[in-house]
Write a protein that binds this ligand. Structure first.
Ligand code: ADE
Ligand code: ZN
Length: 331
């Protein structure tokens, strides 16, 4: 049976760095890591978002050259192809690299040289979203955005991520104003660990057209009404929510309630090398936990097409592929 054609809208390139590749890049760059592979693997137990972010940033110490960024991107696309991904809007955290001395051009060039051939090499169309780290100063984000614009980086949009609580979207109004004025799409992580108020701020102050995570929106009925009536998509990451203890188990995930309330929910992997699965594994996890029908799976996949930044003429063939998948399955 063919796999469901998927669009992935919430995936951090840095979160696809698999432990084996960490050691491969370390060896190539002459870096001696103070632990072996098994010891590293034992660190992948998280109590919250920050405990994950500490490891996520630390592991990046081995990613240094254009070739490293290109290899990381290619490894993701290879795995995404197996997962049935047909289009990806990939997050990249430039400040996770510039803050440790890697030039912006090194990461942008390494990633974009691979993305520009993703369709012909992997059958996956792609675009890039630069995400700013909300636990670093907004002035730094603004300077990085100005540099990205100056170098004409091939971006479809900007986002906001990293430690959420205590770092409200309101701090980044200038950054998002500049992005919008430049014609870039705007998204932001909000309502992952942070309160519904941060989702409101992302919508009203940053002008985002899509919310990353957003699952705490359910705590505010007015916000849910707003998201539903304005068709604002949420990029939900079920396995991430379990591993970062946003929910206790996959069975406790509010996905069914979100669908029932009419939210435009999409399924994504966030940081698959850290959370036990790529986007296909996330679909499988919710399918198993909630006994989802082929119709419901197709709806989730269609939601991601409509939530994407693809032009209309690129959406229609993807919708047709999903319909074809659905038609091949028993009613
Ligand atoms: N950066 C990478 N993954 C993230 C997540 N789940 N939340 C916030 N920032 C992140
Ligand atoms: Zn994320």
């Amino acid at each position: 049976m063919r796999t469901l054609p998927k669009v992935e809208l919430h995936i951090h390139l840095e979160g696809t760095l698999e432990p084996e590749l960490i050691f491969e890049l370390a060896a190539r760059n002459g870096i001696q890591l103070p632990y072996d592979l098994d010891e590293l693997r034992r660190r992948y137990e998280f109590t919250d978002l920050q405990s994950f972010l500490d490891l996520y940033y630390a592991n990046l110490s081995v990613v240094l050259t254009e070739q490293d960024f290109a290899d990381l991107t290619r490894a993701y696309l290879r795995r995404a192809r197996d997962a049935g991904v047909r289009h990806v809007e990939l997050f990249l955290d430039p400040q996770a690299h510039t803050s440790r001395g890697v030039p912006l051009a090194t990461c942008i060039n390494g990633v974009s040289e691979v993305l520009k051939n993703s369709e012909s090499e992997f059958g996956i169309s792609s675009s890039l979203i630069a995400t700013f780290l909300r636990d670093r100063p907004a002035e730094e984000a603004l300077a990085v955005l100005a540099e990205l614009i100056e170098m004409d980086a091939p971006l479809v949009g900007v986002g906001l991520d990293s430690a959420e609580v205590g770092h409200p979207p309101a701090d980044f109004v200038d950054v998002f104003d500049l992005a919008r004025a430049t014609g870039l799409q705007c998204v932001a992580h909000a309502g992952e660990e942070g309160p519904p108020e941060y989702v409101w701020q992302a919508l009203e102050l940053l002008g985002v057209s899509r919310v990353d995570h957003g699952i705490r929106s359910l705590e505010d009925p007015k916000l849910v009404d707003y998201l539903v009536s304005n068709g604002i998509p949420l990029t939900v990451c079920p396995l991430s929510n379990v591993r970062l203890r946003v929910v206790d188990t996959i069975a406790d995930h509010p996905l069914p309630e979100m669908l029932e309330r009419g939210l435009c929910v999409t399924i994504n992997s966030d940081d698959p090398a850290y959370f036990g699965g790529y986007v296909d594994d996330n679909y499988t996890a919710v399918q198993d936990a909630f006994n989802l029908s082929a119709d419901q799976l197709a709806t989730l996949a269609r939601n991601a097409v409509s939530a994407s930044f693809l032009p209309a003429d690129r959406r229609a063939p993807l919708i047709a592929e999903i319909e074809e998948w659905r038609a091949a399955r028993p009613m």
